[in-house]
Design a protein around this ligand. Structure first.
Ligand SMILES: Cc1cc2nc3c(=O)[nH]c(=O)nc-3n(C[C@H](O)[C@H](O)[C@H](O)COP(=O)(O)OP(=O)(O)OC[C@H]3O[C@@H](n4cnc5c(N)ncnc54)[C@H](O)[C@@H]3O)c2cc1C
Length: 373
């Protein structure tokens, strides 16, 4: 079996999505020698497929501690994006223009009322808007919009740009990124990992390992005899070129419109538990189109650019899996489901602190990997 020269790494990260790379970057900044293994191209899965909303206030995230974690991560974003820009020399695509939630039926109107009541009680500022006020915001939305909530603190990021800049920042910080390396076996001594082996039989060793392989993390953990139930939840997305750039994210129910530079517009997203296949289906596209045109009829006249699907890493309680479990030198950073772009900065901070300092000041007990036993 070949012995790879990266055997002296301090930390080996399995999975090069936004979670694995953000952690690797923070660790390299702290002076550690880090290798990231990805079975394909780093950044090529959910982290590029996402809509990029950084929106903890536009929905009721449970439990309260999870909602607070999401807000904390959103608060870290301006600095996180600016640092990535400084390190990479590339734009990270962060936008803080706020998000608009609109109601097109009574059910969503009631939901928005509840969101406003709960979030305002927590001290957040959300602006209720009448249909007239919404039309005055220049978003060219449906005349059937019954009302809405503008949430100045719900932001968004062009996650494809961010991911590209993060990969460059990683390289410049000295992270070794290995594409086409699918980890498939672990060598253990007692409760410690000695090495991992990838499909071409190259062996990698490190003092500490991080499992950040998105929806594939559960399958990989099986190789350690550990049950970490992470399942794929497929999301289909479409992209259009519109006549006029939308000034902010607009959401209604499960559908959302996210502006991208160059008058591009993303439309998302479906939510399907259909296994590891990333399939774009006629029904998926139909549902996205119907939702988008209902919110903004102008999308019906837009130029279609592309459609794709990605796999969100879902868990049974829909909460992420963070920190050390049964294996002494393995920390988990996975299961971020619908909020992995949002949670990247805080996850990187938590996991880097656990590895470098041996503790985190954030409450992470609820996300412990052993809770599924
Ligand atoms: C349609 C859609 C819309 C979304 N919208 C949003 C949003 O608006 N806001 C938000 O915050 N989040 C959103 N998400 C969720 C977000 O994209 C994910 O939570 C996040 O990208 C997860 O990041 P990750 O790094 O854990 O996983 P991934 O990006 O999937 O990365 C995992 C990596 O592990 C690699 N890997 C797999 N198996 C192995 C192996 N055996 N060995 C080595 N490497 C391996 C893969 O190749 C992959 O690159 C959305 C997701 C989808 C699909």
């Amino acid at each position: 079996m070949a012995e790879h020269s990266s055997r002296a790494a301090d930390v080996l990260v399995i999975g090069g999505g936004i979670i694995g790379c953000s952690i690797a970057w923070r660790l390299a900044q702290a002076g550690m020698k880090v290798t990231v293994l990805d079975r394909a191209e780093p950044g090529g899965e959910a982290s590029s497929a996402a809509g990029g909303m950084l929106a903890p206030l536009g929905e009721m995230l449970e439990p309260r501690t999870f909602s607070e974690l999401c807000v904390a991560s959103r608060n870290l974003y301006p600095r996180f994006a600016a640092e990535i820009e400084e390190s990479s020399g590339h734009h990270a695509g962060y936008r803080s223009d706020g998000s608009l939630m609109v109601a097109l039926d009574e059910k969503i109107e009631r939901e928005l009322g509840e969101i406003q009541r709960v979030q305002t009680a927590q001290g957040y500022s959300l602006d209720p808007l009448t249909p007239g006020e919404i039309q005055g915001r220049g978003a060219d939305l449906s005349p059937h919009v019954r009302g809405g909530l503008f949430i100045p603190e719900d932001h968004w990021v062009d996650n494809e740009r961010l991911m590209r800049a993060l990969l460059i920042a990683c390289q410049r910080a000295g992270v070794r990124l290995e594409a086409g390396c699918a980890v498939h076996k672990f060598n253990l001594t007692g409760d410690r990992i000695d090495s991992v082996v990838e499909e071409n039989d190259t062996r990698y060793t490190a003092k500490t390992y991080v499992l950040a392989a998105g929806c594939w993390s559960g399958k990989i953990a099986e190789g350690l005899g550990i049950k970490v139930p992470v399942a794929p939840c497929c999301g289909q997305m479409m992209e259009f070129e519109v006549e006029r750039e939308l000034p902010f994210v607009v959401r209604s129910g499960m559908h959302y419109l996210v502006p991208r530079p160059g008058r591009r517009l993303l439309v998302g997203a479906t939510s399907e538990h259909t296994g590891f296949e990333k399939t774009v289906t006629a029904n998926g596209l139909l549902s996205l189109m119907e939702g988008a045109v209902r919110i903004a009829p102008m999308v019906g006249k837009a130029l279609f650019l592309r459609a794709w699907a990605g796999l969100r890493p879902d868990t049974v309680d829909h909460l992420p899996i963070l920190g050390y479990g049964e294996i002494e030198n393995l920390t988990f950073a996975t299961g971020h489901f619908r909020n992995g772009i949002l949670l990247a900065p805080v996850t990187a901070e938590i996991i880097a602190d656990l590895i470098v300092k041996g503790f985190t000041s954030r409450p992470i007990e609820v996300y412990r990997p052993t809770r599924f036993k």
